[in-house]
Ligand binder design. Structure first.
Ligand code: FES
Length: 217
């Protein structure tokens, strides 16, 4: 039986998507870009960061486009003042607890957080935040360096380790500003069954996970 199709509008553009598609899928189908951070297609679809929020007629709050299903007759708006204000605040909150050493960061210029901060004109110091150097850098692994001070807790690395590589040696630990990604009992990467595949590095949108550089400075 053919898939049931859903008809909606994104920024006034009519679009048809199969039932079960998200608002992000619908926007992509008509080449409308919605920013994302925690979303990683088919790997991490948890609606955690709220960078992808959009407005829709008849809905009271903003909707996370990466997880919200497209509904028949919906009218979605991806770039309204309310949407842009919400995204900007979300990014500024992420920056409040982010080690902003962009000049020396390996991911500078290819960092998704940096790109969005620029796009939304964010003030990196708008919110006080917590000590952004509270976590020790874990460089015990032969291949991977983990700097949780740059982590935005998007969990993309956790999903890559568990669902792509099937290893599952990292996960979220603690709550609030102390929340970070680590291994069981906060062990170093060298002391767990990490195989050094690098899938977590590929998945990371910022500079929290990088390849170990073996070249002497
Ligand atoms: S990308 Fe949709 S909530 Fe993070």
């Amino acid at each position: 039986m053919a898939n049931e199709m859903i008809h909606l509008k994104v920024n006034g553009i009519p679009v048809e998507v199969p039932k079960g598609a998200t608002l992000l899928d619908a926007a992509k189908a008509v080449n409308v870009e919605i920013p994302t951070l925690c979303y990683l297609k088919d790997i991490n679809c948890i609606g955690a960061c709220r960078v992808c929020v959009v407005e829709a007629t008849g809905r009271r709050g903003l909707l996370a486009a990466c997880v919200y299903p497209a509904e028949e007759g919906m009218e979605v708006f991806t770039n309204t003042p309310a949407v842009r204000k919400s995204r900007k605040t979300t990014i500024e909150l992420l920056l409040s607890n982010h080690k902003k050493k962009c000049l020396s960061c390996e991911r500078s210029e290819i960092c998704e957080l940096q790109r969005l901060s620029r796009e939304y004109g964010c003030d990196e110091d708008r919110f006080g935040g917590e000590d952004d150097e509270q976590f020790e850098i874990d460089d015990t692994s032969a291949y991977v360096v983990r700097d949780n001070n740059k982590c935005i807790n998007c969990l993309r690395c956790v999903a890559a380790c568990k669902d792509v590589q099937g290893i599952s040696v990292i996960g979220p630990i603690r709550r609030g500003f102390a929340k970070h990604i680590g291994s069981a009992f906060d062990k170093n990467l060298a002391d767990v069954a990490c195989v050094g595949c690098g899938q977590c590095i590929v998945a990371c949108p910022v500079g929290a996970l990088t390849e170990k550089d073996s070249v002497c400075p």
